[in-house]
Design a protein around this ligand. Structure first.
Ligand code: DNO
Length: 402
């Protein structure tokens, strides 16, 4: 059983983490995107090639894209959908020409990944990212005040949000708002309150079934293009994997993934297995999901969360938290073995340590991408590498003794 390919996310030339520092973690590949293009236009061969040249001149590879943003027109089936799907196909083909053949994307309406707190203090004295369901509800119900918001909460949730609001200072509220609607890296759009309310209005009347239909229509267009071009698409699960702001979310559970894989049923229609996203729901059995979806997992994000009963969670150490990380790693390495036995050229999965705590000299830096500071990810990768190498040795011993 072999370890997975070690990658680290790199936000391009503006990333405060340099490529030398990426190399110092032991990773051999970066996962990246043309992060300056958010308007749904296609990526040119020249722009892709020049970023690839920068990565390669540092002695690293770039084979996985995270992400090509999916334009909102595609998600709401708006009048300009066809134009943006055409650009998306052009980008897939352009990446294929540059030998970049794994493409991660997501289908979350309006907001990408969401947290309420970027500096949640850990006992270690480091800091973690946290989603506090009560802070979120307090903001949604009493600050944002979107129409019909009460429908999305139980009386108990409303009462505890009310209590929380009384405890929050004005500074707390504006910090939470910034993190929620204008804060995290790689989110497509940064909003002010009025702009955010406006963006939510796009989804008035769009149910989860409608959103699923729009995703299927998109997949029916792009998956055949990817398959022809030798590209593997891999959808990233919703983070967190439940509805926020009353918006539909359709990539949260095993049933969601089954529906996605069915349309169209091709290997290029795959999954980014993100343990942190799926792991925020207690009803997602991660090992069972790896076993069921294994052949279509094209990319792996390893991150752990500690869940609380009210839907809150914080990002724990990679080997701590609510998910049995070594068990998931073993399942993924077994999937690699199966592929190898079948002669699949893509048997070895690219993995990255997803996020990390804010630690040591990274604390207090002014330019940092939350979750993507260097030292925390280096620690996560080192721990995960240890697990992978241990599993490999154990499997070798086991087969030698048989
Ligand atoms: C957060 C990330 C997400 C992810 C996108 C993929 O750290 O995992 O922003 O990159 O959702 O499209």
């Amino acid at each position: 059983m072999e370890p997975m390919r070690e990658t680290l996310r790199w936000y391009g030339p503006d990333d405060p983490v340099s490529l030398d520092h990426v190399k110092q973690t032991g990773a051999t590949e970066v996962v990246s995107a043309l992060h300056h293009i958010y308007d749904g236009s296609s990526w040119s061969d020249a722009a892709i090639a020049s970023q690839k040249a920068i990565v390669e001149s540092a002695g690293l590879k770039w084979r996985v894209v995270e992400s090509i943003p999916v334009h909102n027109q595609i998600k709401i089936a708006g009048p300009r959908r066809a134009q943006f799907i055409a650009s998306y196909k052009d980008t897939i083909r352009a990446l294929a020409r540059q030998g970049i053949t794994t493409i991660c994307y997501n289908f979350m309406p309006v907001v990408d990944w969401t947290r309420t707190d970027l500096t949640y203090p850990m006992a270690s004295t480091g800091f973690a990212l946290r989603f506090d369901a009560v802070d979120f509800a307090a903001y949604d119900l009493f600050v944002l005040k979107r129409p019909r918001v009460e429908q999305d909460y139980t009386p108990v949730q409303i009462a505890s949000a009310q209590l929380r609001l009384q405890q929050l200072t004005e500074a707390d509220v504006s910090r939470i708002e910034r993190v929620l609607i204008a804060g995290l890296p790689a989110t497509e759009r940064k909003f002010d309150r009025a702009g955010f309310l406006n963006a939510l209005r796009d989804y008035d009347g769009i149910s989860a079934d409608d959103l699923r239909a729009n995703l299927n229509a998109f997949l029916n267009e792009i998956v055949p293009v990817a398959q022809e071009s030798g590209v593997q698409l891999c959808i990233h699960p919703d983070d967190p994997p439940f509805s926020l702001y009353g918006l539909p979310r359709v990539v949260s559970t095993a049933a969601d993934i089954r529906a996605i894989f069915a349309a169209p049923d091709m290997i290029a229609n795959g999954l980014t297995f993100c343990t942190g996203s799926f792991g925020a729901r207690a009803d997602n059995d991660l090992v069972a999901m790896v076993q069921e979806f294994g052949p279509r997992i094209h990319f792996v994000h390893l991150r752990n969360v500690t869940r609380e009963t009210d839907g809150s969670f914080h990002e724990s150490d990679h080997l701590g938290g609510s998910t049995n990380m070594p068990a998931v790693v073993i399942a993924l390495m077994q999937e690699q073995q199966r592929r190898k036995a079948q002669g699949r050229a893509d048997w070895q999965l690219p993995m990255r340590p997803d996020h990390g705590h804010l630690l040591a000299d990274d604390i207090g830096k002014t330019r940092i991408n939350p979750g993507y500071s260097l030292i925390g990810r280096l620690k996560g990768l080192a721990e995960l590498r240890g697990v992978m190498h241990g599993v490999r040795e154990m499997a070798a011993l086991h087969s030698a003794s048989r």
